[in-house]
Design a protein around this ligand. Sequence first.
Ligand SMILES: [Zn+2]
Length: 431
Amino acid sequence: MRFIFQPGRFLLFALANFCLLNGKGQSRSFDIVIKNISIIDTRHARILPDRTVFIKDGRIVKIQRSRNCQKPEADTIIEGEGKFISPGFWDMHMHICWKDHLDEALYPTLLSYGVTGLRDMGGDLQLLRALKKKAAAKPAGSPYLVGPGPILDGARPIHADASVPLTIGNIEGVLDSLRKNGADFFKVYSLLPKDVLDSVAFYSHKYNMPFAGHVSEYVEPEEAVAIGQRSLEHLNRLEDLGRDTARLLQFIGIANRQQAWFCPTLIIYKRKNEMLNGHFEYNSLYQGLDSSLKAEWEQVKSKMESKEVAKADVASRNERFENQKRLVKTLYNNKVNLLLGTDFAGMQFVYPGYSLHEEMKLLSDIGIANFDILKMGTYNAAAFLGITKLYGTVEVNKMADLVIFNKNPIEDITNSTQIDLVIKAGQIVKR
Ligand SMILES: [Zn+2]
């Protein structure tokens, strides 16, 4: 047979040699090597089969086609045959900064569900700082965390204990203090007057510190995105837009130009619906929850049970849920930036970790492609936070915050719960 030069073949040959030489020549070993695994590449909506992933010092340092590699040297070798790997998930709407030591029970649960990153959406700034300090000291035990400290609301805040009432008079001082004391962004809320919100936007641009949260009752959604609100939570205030297609499409145009993000938290609408129909979600995670959280849930439950539920309420709740689902689908069809979030501890009977997978199922049910759902929970979070150099994909130089699935979540999104193990900061945290 005549030898024909084929760049592809030459490259494979060179790679095979490289592998052998490295295996014998240098005295290096890896912390973890995952063999023969399929990488879920959400950015290109494809699966890369038969890869070997090398992890050292918390990072992915090498990825190769498995057939090119001889026996790798590592402290831990994982056989990935038949399994799938993706970056860890981000829950982009949680409330965890409201009680000391909450993380001790919460973090292991989150990690066991593959949640390796989270965005707190409002609580105590001192607690946020303490949690970030802990995460820096023990990255394998803590999800990556960002947060705003307290919620910024109008003169009479909806959640008085977790909010700072913001006025034109105190705005500079409050925002200065948050910015200088470790807040990652400003969380804006439903009752901020228009002039105050405008001032937050002005400050936010001046110091390059994003503001995100609810669309205020006192502005139109178009105004919120036009002045640069970075993320819109729960799609609140968008209901009216949902009933006016032309306006909705115009709004989406502005949102996309402004690169606004949306965190639908469909699970909260599902829960409200269920509760109104007398169903309260109890599962195996309930026992392990914080006692004050459980007390709050029980209080809401008995209040709802003691009230006569009008049929009209149930119908309007139902309609709201259906409307929200249609909205999300329209946003998705028009290529809006979407995030995955649950509103844990903001909404009753929403569970840490578990409910993020419920959210994925809801999104799949309305016709969002499974690749895109996983992308919302991984790459999109990193893109939103501006940290794609280190997070969001399974690639060389990225942090080894990873989930290995026993079954393919692209085939069926409920396989996202079929977790074999989770790796955080290069260490196995769940098996
Ligand atoms: Zn919330």
